[in-house]
Design a binder for this molecule. Structure first.
Ligand SMILES: Cc1cc2nc3c(=O)[nH]c(=O)nc-3n(C[C@H](O)[C@H](O)[C@H](O)COP(=O)(O)OP(=O)(O)OC[C@H]3O[C@@H](n4cnc5c(N)ncnc54)[C@H](O)[C@@H]3O)c2cc1C
Length: 458
């Protein structure tokens, strides 16, 4: 009863705040922020609702996990990002449900208070989550990398493993702590093993006395026949060769079949093997955010195997021209779940909403401009492929660095990122963000041991 009256009160307050067209955007990632920006100056009140208070630049998340970049550089506060946009505001809340006939977004504030956000136009851009292909229990043993919290935990977990290796009582225990297995050889998996190899083989050896980080085993396990399956075979071969030169054990045609807190079992072309390893990282699959399923249910739209919702060519939902979905959570023209489709769809939908507000002619269907693929492997080595122009090594790395810095938000973050890279990767060859505490290490070791969570984590 109390909850219901709070919802009604909130709904009323929201209604009273403005009589202009109300656009609610769920998610302030690549898709959502580009819709928001495209609506700058439009005759509409724009509300961005996100579970986090920041716009996360996921492509550099692995560098936070590896202790290279501080998190603030890749996650500027949404509030600050839209500060100059007078018609937009942002709310920290989790969207839980959608009332399509009533045109209300139901969300929950961090203190549990329900919020009802009325809309005239709704854009859902809530991204994707890790998919464990029916083995949800593996999430406990092999966490993924999607959010800033994931990156912080991963960093703490990796550093805790090296600390425990220093304290280990037997060589077998030490080896268990110094074995790192990444499952999935897409760009995220490749970037992660590259960083683990640099950390273990180049950065940490001089800092340890008992443990020998250089002896760390770093495995990349991939069920398919090649690393970076979406890239040209020439770039796949280069990547595999470079990783092997960096000391990574690349296992192709090999699938994870079982896991526990201290081991992983893999099935390769010739045999099954149980590998003792305290650190397993999941980079093998994604599925659409649960909001895609809710949207599909309430609108009758279809979903694909990854749970992505099928949208019309203008990114709206069938029978609901007032609802759009963009980015990783949609399936449209078989576009990949990477940043460019989300960015371009966001801009497109923002422009389309503006055109509708001005009552101008119907927009053309969304057309994707393919800007190519890129992935970094390690220091001074990356692969890029754009319109058939393929680069590897230092040239690829320079192009990768340039594009990633360019897409960061805010000049301050761009300059600070370049400075941090120069310091960490070129001059000191150190990783400055290696801070953990006893409590964090206990939490990480307890978290993936099945012994229950130990309070005092991040
Ligand atoms: C580790 C990693 C590395 C990557 N590297 C690259 C790369 O090198 N190149 C590339 O092109 N792409 C890369 N990608 C993919 C790229 O980041 C995504 O394709 C892109 O972020 C998709 O944009 P989006 O707006 O759909 O979702 P996101 O950017 O994920 O944004 C979704 C937003 O919705 C919010 N949200 C979710 N659920 C709710 C809810 N219920 N209520 C409120 N808010 C919610 C989230 O907090 C988030 O802010 C990478 C992804 C990851 C995870």
């Amino acid at each position: 009863m109390v909850l219901k009256s709070q919802v009604l009160l909130c709904r009323e307050k929201m209604r009273m705040t403005g009589s202009r067209h109300r656009v609610v955007i769920v998610g302030g990632g690549f898709g959502g922020i580009n819709v928001t920006r495209a609506l700058t100056g439009a005759d509409a009140d724009v509300t961005v609702v996100d579970r986090t208070n920041h716009h996360l630049f996921q492509p550099l998340l692995y560098q936070v996990a590896a202790g290279i970049l501080p998190e603030g550089l890749i996650a500027p506060a949404l509030r600050n990002v839209i500060r100059k946009q007078a018609n937009a505001r942002t709310l920290l809340a989790s969207v839980e449900d959608l009332d399509v006939p009533g045109r209300i977004v139901s969300a929950v504030a961090p203190d549990g208070r329900p919020l009802a956000l009325p809309y005239d136009t709704l854009v859902v851009a809530s991204g994707a989550a890790d998919a464990y292909f029916g083995h949800e229990e593996w999430a406990e043993f092999a966490p993924g990398l999607k959010t800033l919290e994931d990156a912080r935990h991963l960093r703490s977990h990796i550093l805790s493993a090296f600390e425990m290796a220093e304290l280990a009582a037997t060589p077998a225990e030490q080896a268990q702590y110094l074995t790192f297995v990444v499952i999935g050889a897409g760009p995220t998996g490749v970037e992660l093993v590259g960083q683990l190899a640099e950390l273990a083989h180049q950065v940490l050896p001089r800092d340890y006395r008992s443990a020998v980080p250089a002896e760390a085993k770093i495995l990349l396990v991939e069920a398919g026949p090649a690393v970076l399956s979406a890239f040209h075979p020439k770039l796949q071969r280069y990547t595999q060769r470079r990783l092997e030169e960096m000391g990574v054990d690349v296992r192709l045609n090999t699938a994870a079949i079982a896991m526990s807190h201290d081991s992983i079992t893999v099935r390769g072309p010739e045999r099954e093997e149980q590998i003792p390893a305290r650190t397993k990282i999941w980079a093998a699959g994604v599925q659409a955010s649960p909001l895609a399923g809710i949207l599909a249910e309430v609108t009758g739209a279809g979903t694909d195997r990854a749970g992505r919702i099928a949208v019309l060519p203008d990114c709206s939902l069938p029978g609901h021209p007032e609802i759009f979905a963009v980015g990783d959570m949609i399936s449209l023209n078989q576009l990949p779940g990477v940043a460019q489709p989300a960015i371009q769809q966001g801009k497109y939908v923002g422009k389309l909403i503006r055109a509708r507000l001005r009552d101008t002619a119907a927009a053309k269907p969304f057309r994707y401009r393919d800007k190519g693929n890129m992935a970094t492997i390690g220091h001074l080595s990356a692969v890029t492929d754009s319109s058939g122009l393929r680069f590897t090594g230092v040239i690829g790395y320079t192009m990768w660095g340039f594009v990633h810095v360019l897409y960061l938000i805010d000049w301050g973050n761009r300059i600070a990122t370049m400075y941090t890279w120069a310091r960490a990767l070129t001059f000191t060859k150190n990783r400055a963000h290696r801070v953990i505490t006893f409590e964090q290490a206990r939490y990480e070791l307890g978290q993936h041991s099945g012994e229950g969570k130990i309070p005092g984590g991040l």
